[in-house]
Design a protein around this ligand. Structure first.
Ligand code: MN
Length: 241
């Protein structure tokens, strides 16, 4: 028996046992963070690597306390709600999140969002969108500057805690959106669904030590840190589907 059909049989067996129909395919399965994507991965740079725009203490607390807790809690929720993390991808779980508890929604979202966030940043100097993504941004928004304004406005306007996103929708179109709390555009409950290309954490824990109430300054400075090379890979990876 091939590994994939074995996995499928095991998957059906496990989900069948739990009475949960996780049939919906993930929007994109051509790339993953890792084979053990339910665990917190190593930060791809030092805590102080994003200074002066994000300070080392904020990064350390954000990674070792906030994000680590989401990773622990999603694992606990998977155990409690009988999701087999060896056979279920995080994306499949997110695409079916309405079938699970609020704890699962908050922590599966929180875990995915932070793993995504660490990767989509890199130490300065600032770069700009590249290749296919640069072309699509210009076509959709008119210019990189116009796109930055739309994205920054979404980030500033998110009331309370949440995220701003650039996504590519199933029809291949780019869009800017924001989500509350730890929701994200991969969830079946999202108002606007799509594959995240870049995402920005606007919870106060992401910026308060350095910026206090000045969320707009944090957002403006964040543009120095976007990993556009990876953003383009996300975009190209989706469009090949
Ligand atoms: Mn956060």
């Amino acid at each position: 028996m091939s590994k994939s059909s074995q996995n499928r049989r095991q998957f059906l067996k496990n989900t069948g046992k739990a009475g949960i129909a996780l049939a919906t395919a993930p929007i994109l399965s051509s790339w993953n963070f890792s084979s053990n994507e339910f665990q917190q991965q190593a930060l791809p740079y030092a805590y102080n690597a994003l200074e002066p725009f994000i300070d080392a203490l904020t990064m350390e607390i954000h990674y070792t306390k906030h994000a680590a807790t989401y990773a622990k809690n999603v694992a606990d929720a998977c155990t409690a709600e009988k999701v087999n993390t060896d056979t279920t991808s995080l994306r499949t779980l997110l695409a079916n999140i309405s079938k699970f508890s609020a704890k699962m929604r908050n922590n599966a979202g929180g875990h995915f969002n932070h793993e995504f966030f660490w990767q989509i940043m890199k130490p300065s100097p600032a770069t700009v969108p590249q290749n296919e993504l640069a072309e699509a941004i210009n076509k959709t928004f008119g210019s990189f500057t116009a796109f930055q304004t739309a994205f920054s406005d979404a980030a500033k306007a998110r009331f309370g805690s949440g995220w701003a996103w650039l996504i590519v929708k199933a029809d291949g179109q780019l869009a800017v959106c924001s989500t509350a709390n730890q929701d994200n555009p991969l969830m079946d409950i999202a108002e606007m669904k799509g594959e995240p290309i870049i995402g920005l954490d606007v919870w106060e824990h992401a910026y308060y030590l350095k910026y206090q109430n000045k969320r707009p300054d944090y957002i403006n400075n964040w543009w120095n840190l976007v990993n556009w090379e990876l953003a383009n890979k996300h975009f190209v990876s989706f469009n090949k589907k």
